[in-house]
Design a protein around this ligand. Structure first.
Ligand SMILES: Nc1ncnc2c1ncn2[C@@H]1O[C@H](COP(=O)(O)OP(=O)(O)OP(=O)(O)O)[C@@H](O)[C@H]1O
Ligand SMILES: O=c1ccn([C@@H]2O[C@H](COP(=O)(O)O)[C@@H](O)[C@H]2O)c(=O)[nH]1
Length: 238
């Protein structure tokens, strides 16, 4: 059997995609399907760390946060990612995958704190590690958390699993004529202000020479194809 292309990856899962067709929150069938995709890859022996977004619950920059102190709203967003992380780990447990949630903000009665050597130990033991609460700092996003944790754990690639199937010349949800890149450099993505990920995340990955693959979490089997090194999504590289 062909081997996976990577030994250790950082998977960034879209929080917004967790809603499925609902207007808000976590859609049961959707999380079960996402977790089945994750399990398929974990069973290949790939060491898997996950960062999940919070857009299905709260974002500091959402219209619903207007009038709030930005840092307070961002802390609410980080707490939203803790809820998603707990739901994800629980869904994994139900299908026999051992996962550990580690939080960047202290809420020890709920989840253990992020301690890098411990995270590395879990990965070496074959457990899936879910990094909750983003970077632990306001004014950032979970994309930046994915770039940061990916760099810290020595991941070979950041896999951004989102609602679109790659990086386009413009937001494909707004511009019908937008074209899909099969690959693009970090500098080009930043210079063209492509909003699929924030510039901080792109810049950190560029500086650490950590490539990113952007692909659809909605497309069946896409995660496995990416991990097997098959042609899928867009590669963002130095
Ligand atoms: N040039 C572009 N190419 C592809 N997608 C783009 C582009 N510009 C904007 N987008 C939008 O970026 C979105 C993905 O980024 P976003 O950070 O909003 O979502 P996410 O990471 O999937 O969700 P969450 O923050 O909840 O985890 C896509 O759904 C797409 O509509
Ligand atoms: O490091 C971080 C990560 C996240 N936030 C806040 O959480 C929400 C949800 O994260 P998304 O990446 O948008 O899914 C984000 O909008 C921020 O408000 C943060 O402050 N710091």
């Amino acid at each position: 059997m062909t081997k996976p292309a990577y030994k250790r990856v950082l998977l960034k899962l879209s929080g917004e995609a967790l809603m499925g067709d609902d207007a808000f929150g976590i859609n049961r069938a959707t999380i079960e399907r996402m977790v089945a995709d994750v399990a398929e890859v974990a069973k290949l022996g790939v060491e898997l760390a996950i960062v999940i977004g919070g857009g299905n619950i709260f974002r500091g920059v959402a219209p619903g946060a207007q009038g709030m102190d930005r840092a307070t709203a961002d802390y609410m967003g980080m707490l939203a990612t803790v809820m998603n992380s707990l739901a994800l780990a629980d869904a994994m447990r139900q299908i026999g995958i051992t996962a550990r949630v580690m939080s960047a903000i202290g809420i020890e009665q709920v989840v253990e704190p992020y301690v890098r050597p411990k995270a590395l130990q879990y990965l070496e033991e074959g457990k899936v590690v879910v990094f909750a609460a983003g970077t632990g700092n306001p004014f950032f996003t979970t994309d930046t958390a994915a770039a940061l944790r990916g760099s810290e754990i020595g991941a070979e690639i950041v896999l951004k699993a989102t609602k679109v199937d790659g990086v386009y010349s413009a937001d494909p949800k707004k511009e019908a004529g937008a074209t899909l890149y099969s690959s693009i450099t970090f500098d080009e993505a930043i210079a063209k202000h492509l909003q699929v990920m924030d510039a901080t995340a792109f810049a950190l990955c560029r500086d650490q020479k950590l490539p990113i693959k952007v692909f659809s979490i909605v497309k069946p089997g896409a995660l496995k194809r990416v991990v097997m090194g098959e042609d899928e999504g867009t590669l963002v590289h130095v």
